[in-house]
Structure formats: structure tokens, C-alpha cells
Design a protein around this ligand. Structure first.
Ligand code: GTR
Length: 406
């Protein structure tokens, strides 16, 4: 029964992604129309990809501003860390008009000969929560800064950031705090980056303009701008990674910025990798109610109305093709709908195959702790709760090793 359901959803998903693309060049993507007969990468890139991108920009995450803001990067601190195996580097990103600098924290293997590949991801609770290293600068606006110095919880998130494992594997870790970029609150977009782009007289994003996930993804691209100038980092080998709401963010950053060579979504759930049409766990209505600031206002049209989505979340994964993408779930994370995350990766796979790459087409959901990662679309279901653990990281490192030729 479960299997049959999976196939039905898979077919629906394929229709949602490719329906009516046959009518290209209009590339009008309708739910429930005839499935696309694959033709060429050229056709995908010329018609279908732009149409799907425009759908996600207009209806889901909102358009990011095109205008470039003056940004100055300032080296704040550098030192030996992790018992000498790493160099810690902290760089302020001064975005003109923002009242606080956004602080980038990096750990770089100290024994590296030349530039190293990197994992870049946002953190939830502040750079200073990533590790107990006392030299880490407290992230401005991090949630634990609200109660003064006594409230600071250095190193609390260190199980989520296994720095030894990552550094020993030869990768740099680059991170920035979500609230430092844009507070994770429904606060009317009056602070951080949104107002910097308002037109005269505007004081709220238009229904098709970016929300908070858009701002977070934008900041990851600005960190990437910096990494392009940092000689320690091989900027052609930067994997963007995120857990949960920050996994939604890594997918959107990966879809919008082709400089991210690998895209990793850990337990990203609704509005991330999971198919919305399944309405399993968190739904579009629930997410819009609890987190109205994450998406653009147009996304409200789909609350309790998932059938109206012209393309489901597999379209977001397909936008990343042909770059390698890894979707992961956790067995006790029903809220994020592991099966919906898996099916989304499966349904995006025909686009990878169009490029001659191996996806997950035809794959059945793997057992717990078994990674399907020999192609360009990877998936695993880790045992346990909604979290990112060393098990997840070890698999991402293995995947990156293969794609970065290490
Ligand atoms: C939950 C939310 C999810 C997920 C998660 C997280 O409350 O419903 O969409 O993003 O938070 O970010 O940990």
C-alpha cells in the first residue's frame, strides 16, 4: 500500500514538474497536464528551468534584489585553533546601511597545501555556539544575547558542528548566524537587509519579494563573494549546507547561485525538500501560520490549496542540476515528512539524467542509515530525531570527497 502510494505521488510529482512543458517555448507548467517527453538540456535550460525559477521567485521565496550593495569585508581576528590543527579566521561583512556587521567564522585545516574545499552553512544560535573556542566573537543579535552576558551559551551546538571530523577530512568550515543576518522573527521587515532595498515610499516587501529565507540565502551568496577572494579556500569547491529551516535556505541558495558546487539539505521538510502535495506533517498552511516571515506573501495562496502549486518542491531540487545535491531525513522526523523528501529527490532526478548523470529514478526508499549516494542525487534516512549529527556529516563528506575528486 505504502509503495503504491509512493508511486502515485511520484507520478503526480513528475507531472507537476514537467506537465505542459511539451508546449515549450511557452513553458507554462501546469499541474496535471501531459508529462514532458524529454528532449534536450538546451530545452530545459532555455524554457523549463527559467519558468520553474520564476515560479519559486514569484510564489514561494520571493525575488531577491538585483541591486548590488557596497559591502566591505574586514579581517577581525585570526589564530591557531583546535589544538593547532586549524586556523580560525573571523571576518566582518559590513553591508552598507546595516547597523551591525555580519560575522563570518571560519576554521581552515592548518596542514593544507594550498586552497581547501569548504562547507558553508548558517548556524541557529550564534557562531559562538558552534564550538566552545573562547576566541569566537559573539554573533550580534544571536538569540542568546538577549539576556546579557550570563545568557551566552558558548559551544552548545558543537554536536551539530563536528569540527574535528570536518577538519581532519581536509575541509574548511565557514558559518554565519541566521539572526545576525536577519532576525528569525515576524518583525515586519524593518531591520537588517530588507529596508536597504525598498523603493521610495516602500516599507514592506511586495507580495513577490523576498522574505527571511531569501535574505538568509542572499547572505550565503555574499559570504561566497568573500570566499572568492580568500586564498585559503578553493572557491570552486564550496558545498552549501543547512539543517531544517537553514536546509530550506541552502536549497534556495543553491538554486539561485550556481557558484555552490554541491548543495546539501538536512531534514529541510516543508518549504525545503519535502513535496507539499502530500500534506504530511507540516503543511503549507501550518508553516505560513507559524513562520509568516520565511516566504513571500504570495505563498499564502497555497495554504490549504497545495493543488494550485504549479510546481512542487522537486522543482527546487531540479533547479540545482547538474550540480550534485544531497537530501537527508531522520527516521523520527515525521513533521518534515522523510518520504516526501525522498520522493522529491527521486522526482528531480530525470533532469539530472537529461545531463547524463545518475539520479535516484526508480529507487525505493532506503532502510535506516543506508545512504544512496553513488549518483549526483543522494539520499539517506538517519536513525533518530530532527537534528544534524556526525552520521549526517560523515556521509556529506564522503559525497563531497567523490564529487571533488578527493
Ligand atoms: C520547525 C518548523 C520546520 C523546521 C524547524 C527547524 O518548527 O516547523 O519547518 O524548519 O522548525 O528549523 O528546526
Amino acid at each position: 500500500m505504502k509503495k503504491l502510494f509512493a508511486i502515485a505521488i511520484s507520478a503526480v510529482g513528475a507531472l507537476m514538474l514537467f506537465g505542459a512543458c511539451e508546449q515549450a517555448p511557452q513553458a507554462d507548467i501546469h499541474y496535471g497536464a501531459e508529462p514532458l517527453k524529454f528532449k534536450s538540456v538546451k530545452e530545459w535550460e532555455k524554457y523549463h528551468r527559467p519558468a520553474i525559477m520564476s515560479f519559486f521567485e514569484e510564489e514561494v521565496y520571493g525575488k531577491m534584489p538585483q541591486k548590488k550593495l557596497p559591502i566591505k569585508y574586514e579581517l577581525l581576528e585570526e589564530g591557531e585553533a583546535l589544538g593547532g590543527k586549524a586556523i580560525r579566521r573571523q571576518v566582518a561583512m559590513h553591508v552598507e546601511g546595516c547597523d551591525v556587521p555580519m560575522i563570518i567564522l571560519m576554521y581552515i585545516p592548518s596542514n593544507a597545501k594550498g586552497a581547501v574545499p569548504a562547507f558553508l552553512g548558517m548556524n541557529f544560535k550564534g557562531n559562538h555556539n558552534v564550538n566552545a573556542d573562547p576566541a569566537i566573537i559573539i554573533s550580534p543579535n544571536a538569540p542568546d544575547t538577549a539576556n546579557g552576558p550570563e545568557g551566552i551559551t558558548r559551544g552548545d551546538a558543537s554536536p551539530r558542528w563536528p569540527l574535528d571530523l570536518i577538519i581532519d577530512s581536509g575541509y574548511a568550515v565557514v558559518t554565519i548566524n541566521r539572526d545576525n543576518v536577519d532576525p528569525d522573527k515576524d518583525d515586519g521587515f524593518k531591520n537588517s537587509v530588507h529596508p536597504l532595498f525598498y523603493k521610495e515610499g516602500q516599507n514592506y516587501p511586495e507580495p513577490n519579494e523576498w522574505g527571511t529565507i531569501g535574505a538568509w540565502a542572499w547572505s550565503l551568496s555574499r559570504v561566497m563573494d568573500y570566499l572568492e577572494s580568500d586564498k585559503s579556500i578553493d572557491h570552486k569547491k564550496v558545498a552549501v549546507i543547512g539543517h531544517s529551516r537553514l536546509g530550506k535556505t541552502s536549497l534556495w541558495a543553491g538554486a539561485t547561485d550556481p557558484r555552490f558546487a554541491i548543495v546539501i539539505s538536512n531534514d529541510s521538510g516543508c518549504g525545503g525538500a519535502a513535496l507539499s502535495i502530500r500534506k504530511h506533517g507540516e503543511t503549507v498552511a501550518k508553516i505560513n501560520k507559524s513562520f509568516p516571515h520565511w516566504f513571500c506573501d504570495n505563498y499564502n495562496k497555497y495554504s490549504d490549496n497545495e493543488e494550485a502549486l504549479k510546481v512542487d518542491q522537486q522543482g527546487l531540487i531540479a533547479l540545482i542540476a547538474p550540480r550534485p545535491v544531497y537530501v537527508a531525513s531522520a527516521s523520527e522526523d515525521d513533521w518534515a515528512d522523510p518520504e516526501g523528501e525522498f520522493l522529491s529527490a527521486v522526482n528531480a532526478s530525470p533532469v539530472y539524467e537529461l545531463y547524463g548523470l545518475k539520479g535516484l529514478t526508480g529507487a525505493t526508499m532506503p532502510g535506516i542509515n543506508t545512504a544512496l549516494q553513488d549518483g549526483h542525487v543522494a539520499y539517506h534516512l538517519r536513525e533518530g530525531k530532527h537534528n544534524i549529527t556526525s552520521f549526517d556529516w560523515a556521509n556529506y563528506i564522503k559525497f563531497a570527497d567523490r564529487h571533488f575528486g578527493r
